[in-house]
Design a protein around this ligand. Structure first.
Ligand SMILES: Nc1ncnc2c1ncn2[C@@H]1O[C@H](COP(=O)(O)OP(=O)(O)OP(=O)(O)O)[C@@H](O)[C@H]1O
Length: 251
């Protein structure tokens, strides 16, 4: 297998007596979608936060393209090539699609709005933003207000915003959430195309999407990875079935 682009080694994180991450190791190789699944509260969001840099692990290391980035904050990790889409939309709803993408390209949402007019005149930034919109299929919507887009189109725009930073790795936290069948049907082929550009670590509850998209799946239960394998291997894994059936029993 090719050298991993992202490698997580022995990550542990406790909240009091609760082990939210328990010696987690996983990697992401070029060209793949690696899905991270698990019951509610298994520790998926906590793990993503430690990979993105918004939460420090108690133990363990995060390597990006061979470089140890464990001590870096989220901004430095983003600059190092870690692209992220969020569970909660970070788009500016009243601004246009292009303005949102340009702000992403600028990587500086916190800049005073007064700068905005000048920013929009910067040809390079606008070109980077338009290229990202083309890649996700939103070119024709560049002048639309974000508020007027469908949910599915907003997710596409979030991916475009992440793309403007030219990431080497994507972290995606539940991109299918709230989309419904039509929105998912738009996003699935986009992620399929995107993985050859940068591999994707995908946290997702929508099992149809996961089994359509993933090249490998890791299953997290009580903070521990209990299995990593191809979709077929995961489907056939007795311990995985039990973990999910256990959840259904409890519900
Ligand atoms: N800041 C925190 N302080 C205390 N406990 C926390 C904190 N963050 C998460 N937890 C706990 O850690 C465990 C893992 O939570 P996490 O949100 O990572 O799970 P998850 O797999 O993402 O769940 P879901 O699928 O519901 O989003 C849960 O028991 C949660 O209550």
């Amino acid at each position: 297998m090719a050298e991993p682009v992202l490698k997580i080694e022995g990550i542990s994180k406790s909240f009091g007596a609760l082990k939210a991450s328990d010696d987690v190791s996983l990697d992401l190789v070029p060209g793949e979608i690696h899905a991270l699944i698990g019951p509610n509260g298994a520790g998926k969001t906590t793990l993503i936060a430690q990979i993105a840099g918004s939460l420090q692990p108690d133990r363990g290391r995060v390597h990006l393209e061979g470089r140890d980035v464990t001590a870096l904050d989220t901004v430095a990790r983003a600059r190092a090539g870690l692209g992220r889409t969020f569970q909660i939309s970070s788009l500016a709803m009243e601004d246009s699609v292009l303005q949102n993408a340009v702000l992403g390209a600028l990587g500086a949402r916190q800049k005073p709005l007064g700068l905005f007019a000048r920013v929009m005149k910067d040809r390079d930034l606008t070109e980077v933003a338009m290229q990202a919109l083309r890649e996700v299929g939103l070119e024709e919507y560049a002048k639309f207000r974000v508020a007027d887009l469908s949910h599915g189109q907003r997710r596409q725009l979030e991916v475009a915003v992440a793309l403007t930073l030219q990431p080497h790795v994507f972290l995606m936290d539940e991109p299918m959430a709230g989309l419904g069948a039509e929105g998912s049907a738009q996003l699935v082929p986009l992620l399929q195309r995107l993985k050859s550009r940068a591999p994707i670590l995908l946290v997702e509850h929508d099992m149809d999407a996961v089994f359509q998209l993933a090249d490998r799946i890791s299953v997290l239960v009580y903070g521990r990875i209990i299995a990593t394998g191809t979709p077929d291997e995961i489907r056939a894994n007795a311990e995985v079935r039990e973990a999910y059936l256990g959840e259904e029993d409890a519900a």
